[in-house]
Ligand binder design. Structure first.
Ligand code: HEM
Length: 430
């Protein structure tokens, strides 16, 4: 079984995005322990009973491959925040070598240097600027879908929204947005690994094309800078950021920007439709959209797990984790830890502690795009509740054939038309 390690920076990102160890993943499948069952069809359908079985066996369990896994909220937080763990082994840290795996995979200090460069684009001030764009985009998509009556929620809203926002944020010209999206999706969709030689070839092609597109965008924005993220980063080329670091960083933002939020909106609509009392609560009070988003992030997070490797011997939950051993951080299991969340199985959009979830990870790799994801999902839910209160599931839901990223591919819904856009007072609230 091949991993994505041989298909370039974008492919390496796909392998590393929220799953640094595709090889552990595949090997784990073969061995038949609980963790591997999470990764088979059983887990893809509903991993939550398996997380509970793991929890019943203890807060931290050895894996068959000599690593560890944990569903404990306290231990997941400890590992994510600990300086004794990293996203890659110390020995393989790229340092200043020409091979760059983007800052999601970097340890300090390179991680901090590159993350700082992208961070201003996600500041609260920028979020209030994007709110107009996000609201306009959601309203346009709802208008279009409402005219059809029956539609696929993912195709009509959950997928196009984050793509529109991230391409605009990066400064990708409208004429090229669809092409960037096509190649980005091909790479981002391979997060669990490469399935076949054909799949590897498709990814290679997508990788080459995406690099070509970005290189010409860098040249364009070097000549004609605008008020966008690519222009800002290109301006630092050769200074804060080395030329070879530019491309992986932009690819990271592009793919992270749409491969996750689509599933948050999809999971949210699905959860609310499967709990009609909660949907009704939101319809009755659309200002609950922000807390509904937090509860869905807790209850069914789009990124189910990540991993960290020990940089030194360290004790976690009473067991000695040796240098070089991985801890599989089962975010979705931690989000249902009864020590932190009362009645964790229950979906409650008014739950006060929902924001204690680990859906955006923790520590230095805490999701940089979290404010943007929250903004997009909150506006989407609020507008759906305001403008499509009659929304109902209308056919079989198809889930992604993926484990690390969980969300629906198709959510067929029906609605008796869309109500007009509210005139004002439509600010996203948390
Ligand atoms: C619901 C949507 C999202 C979820 C659930 C999510 C989840 C995560 C998680 C779990 C991590 C950390 C992985 C780890 O600790 O190993 C992460 C990192 C990251 N995310 Fe997100 N993400 C979302 C949306 C976004 C968006 C919209 C963007 C950007 C436009 C983004 C950009 C990033 C970046 C750049 C990192 C790396 C941060 C670092 O290493 O310092 N994410 N995300």
């Amino acid at each position: 079984m091949s991993t994505l390690h041989d298909i370039g920076t974008a492919g390496r990102f796909a392998s590393s995005l929220y799953r640094q160890r595709a090889d552990l993943w595949w090997a784990g499948r073969v061995r038949g322990d609980l963790l591997s069952r999470v990764r088979l069809r059983e887990g893809r359908r509903d991993p939550y009973p398996l997380y509970e079985q793991m929890r019943a066996r203890g807060p931290i369990l050895p894996t068959r491959l000599g690593n560890w896994s944990t569903t404990s909220h306290a231990l997941c937080s400890q590992v994510l925040r600990s300086r004794q763990f990293g996203t890659r082994p110390l020995e393989s840290a790229p340092g200043n070598t020409p091979i760059d795996l983007s800052f999601l995979e970097l340890n300090e200090p390179d991680h901090t240097r590159l993350r700082r460069l992208a961070a201003p684009a996600f500041s609260p001030r920028m979020m209030s600027t994007y709110e107009t764009l996000v609201t306009g985009c959601v309203d346009d998509l709802i208008d279009r879908a409402g005219r059809r009556g029956s539609f696929d929620l993912v195709d009509a809203l959950a997928a196009p929204l984050p793509i529109t926002v991230i391409t605009s944020m990066l400064g990708i010209p409208d004429a090229h947005a669809a092409t960037f999206q096509r190649y980005g999706a091909a790479i981002g969709g391979a997060i669990d690994g490469v399935r076949s030689v054909r799949h590897a070839r498709e990814l290679l092609r997508a990788n080459v094309e995406l690099e070509r597109l970005f290189e010409s965008l860098f040249e364009l924005r070097a000549r004609e800078p605008r008020d966008d993220l690519v222009s800002a980063v290109v301006a630092e080329r050769g200074d804060t950021i080395a030329p070879h670091e530019l491309l992986p960083m932009c690819q990271l933002l592009l793919i992270a920007g749409f491969e996750t939020t689509v599933n948050l909106v999809g999971n949210a609509v699905l959860a609310l439709q499967r709990h009609p009392d909660q949907w009704q609560r939101l319809v009755d009070d659309p200002t609950l959209a922000g807390s509904a988003v937090e509860e869905v992030l807790r209850h069914d997070p789009p990124v189910q797990e990540t991993a960290r490797v020990a940089h030194a011997q360290v004790e976690v939950g009473g067991v000695p984790v040796r240098k070089g051993q991985y801890v599989m951080v089962l975010i979705a299991g931690a989000n249902r830890d009864p020590d932190v969340f009362r009645d964790p199985e229950r979906l409650d959009i008014t739950r006060a502690s929902a924001a204690d979830h680990l859906a955006f990870s923790g520590g230095i790799h805490y999701c940089l795009g979290a404010p943007l994801a929250r903004l997009e999902a909150t506006v989407a839910l609020r507008r759906l509740a305001e403008r499509m209160p009659s929304l109902r599931l209308d056919g079989p839901v198809v889930m992604r054939p993926s484990v690390t990223i969980r969300g629906p591919l198709h959510v067929p819904v029906h609605v008796a038309g869309a109500l007009p856009r509210p005139r004002s007072g439509s600010h996203a609230r948390r």
